[in-house]
Design a binder for this molecule. Structure first.
Ligand code: MG
Length: 258
């Protein structure tokens, strides 16, 4: 079970002293507050300044389910590495890595995209986001009374592809994600980056608030520090309550300069 981080900074400092750190930071719900419409999520001025400061001290990756173009534009801090699309698209000055899905899977996702759009057109407050390798079906503004009906329609469309082994489904906060059937996730992206400069032989600090961040927590277990945002969490070393506390913690890390 995780410890409340702000009351255990002394302990963490002891763990981090003498190590070269790298940071892996989720975006929505971690660096930026969750908002009703994902396209309105933005970094506060303070958080952006803080990121600028952190980048000058440590290698920093923003790791997210968002598409690469979306997250680059939203963060827009020079020197940040991006692991977008749950780590399937990694971008930094000097290198890019895009996971190759293969033709069959790509074709299947294209067909699903069309069918899912037909459904969301009939339900207000929902939308389909095409992220290339994955499709996100958002329903934050859907009438709660229509939730079950909506989700069962979505599942009905996606289930056959899942059974054929051509897609997977994951659930996040008010979002269903249709993903390719590959064993690639935020955790694998962290492992991939940790084998490369400038992350190699650093001590990763992973901060995230989502189901999908658990893969990240597992990837740094025993060789890094994991921080869950949103109350205590079994898979993480530490937890924070909200984005304000994330800001406090990141400010502390910046001053630590280990
Ligand atoms: Mg998140």
């Amino acid at each position: 079970m995780s410890s409340y981080l702000l009351e255990n900074l002394g302990m963490l400092e002891g763990m981090l002293r003498g190590r070269r750190l790298s940071l892996f930071l989720d975006f929505d719900g971690t660096l930026a507050p969750i908002v009703a419409r994902p396209e309105l999520a933005r970094l506060s001025y303070e958080m952006k300044e803080l990121l600028r400061g952190l980048v000058s001290v440590y290698p920093v990756t923003v790791i997210t389910g968002r598409s690469l173009s979306d997250i680059k534009e939203r963060v827009a801090v020079e020197g940040v590495v991006y692991a977008a699309n749950h780590g399937m698209e990694i971008w930094a000055d000097g290198f890019t890595m895009v996971y190759d899905l293969g033709r069959e899977v790509k074709g299947e996702l294209k067909v699903l995209l069309r069918s899912l759009r037909e459904i969301t057109e009939r339900y207000g407050g929902t939308l389909v986001e095409n992220k290339g390798a994955t499709i996100s079906v958002h329903y934050r503004l859907l009438d709660p009374g229509k939730m079950d009906e909506f989700l069962s329609e979505i599942m009905k469309v996606v289930q056959p592809s899942v059974e054929k082994g051509l897609a997977r489904i994951t659930r996040g906060k008010k979002v269903v994600e249709v993903r390719p059937p590959v064993e690639w996730n935020k955790g694998r992206a962290v492992e991939w980056l940790l084998q490369r400069s400038p992350f190699v032989s650093t001590w990763p600090v992973y901060v995230g608030d989502d189901e999908t961040d658990r893969d990240g927590f597992r990837a740094v277990k025993g060789r890094g520090t994991s921080v869950f945002v949103g109350g205590s969490e079994e898979e993480a070393d530490f937890h924070l309550e909200d984005q304000d506390e994330v800001r406090v913690f990141l400010g502390w890390l910046k001053e630590l300069r280990t």
